[in-house]
Ligand binder design. Structure first.
Ligand SMILES: [Ca+2]
Ligand SMILES: [Ca+2]
Length: 187
């Protein structure tokens, strides 16, 4: 079922975006907090317009409430995402955990500061929503629908921001084209 598949992809996409964007306060239990936030994000954002999803999540991610994410905030999240991934039952099939681990691996390989800089278009040392989602063209559709629309997401550009192995990450997140869109015309 296409919607079901898209919902799964949306979960993966959100896990990845959160791994890039969402910091946690030191007072919170990192793993538990990350897991709860993922659950909330998946519940709301699977059907909500992508922009609404970002608006809903951003204040939670923006620890000092200055409207942008600094490197320290993102580094805190990287740490907490790793703690969360360790708490998930490894025997259970969990695409969010798998995707989070891939993202963490990519960030470790490329270096988080380097990835951060690739998103920081104006070089002011912080990431705004517009910078973080520069490769996305928001409309009224949720992330799940945008992710499968080549005119809405520039996956090649997005992947490049994560360094040499970012292409692999993008291919993991990008929904496979539907057969009807790729099959040659029938004559
Ligand atoms: Ca901030
Ligand atoms: Ca910036």
């Amino acid at each position: 079922m296409v919607i079901g598949r898209h919902a799964i992809r949306a979960g993966r996409l959100l896990a990845m975006l959160l791994a890039v964007a969402a910091p946690w306060t030191a007072a919170n239990a990192a793993g538990d907090d990350f897991g709860r936030f993922l659950d909330v994000a998946k519940g709301y954002c699977v059907t909500a317009p992508a922009r609404s999803c970002v608006n809903r999540l951003w204040p939670f991610a923006d620890r000092n409430r200055d409207g942008a994410l600094d490197l320290g905030e993102v580094q805190a999240l990287e740490k907490d995402a790793g703690a969360w991934a360790q708490t998930v039952d490894r025997k259970r099939n969990d695409p969010e955990r798998d995707t989070t681990l891939v993202v963490l691996m990519v960030l470790k390989q490329t270096g988080l500061p380097k990835v951060f800089d690739s998103f920081d278009a104006d070089r002011d040392g912080t990431l705004t929503p517009a910078e973080l989602f520069a490769d996305f063209r928001f409309d009224k559709r949720p992330f799940a629908a945008l992710a499968g629309d080549p005119s809405a997401v520039d996956w090649a550009s997005f992947g490049n921001r994560f360094g040499p192995i970012g292409t692999l990450l993008a291919s993991l997140l990008r929904p496979a084209p539907r057969r009807s869109q790729t099959a040659p015309p029938q004559h």
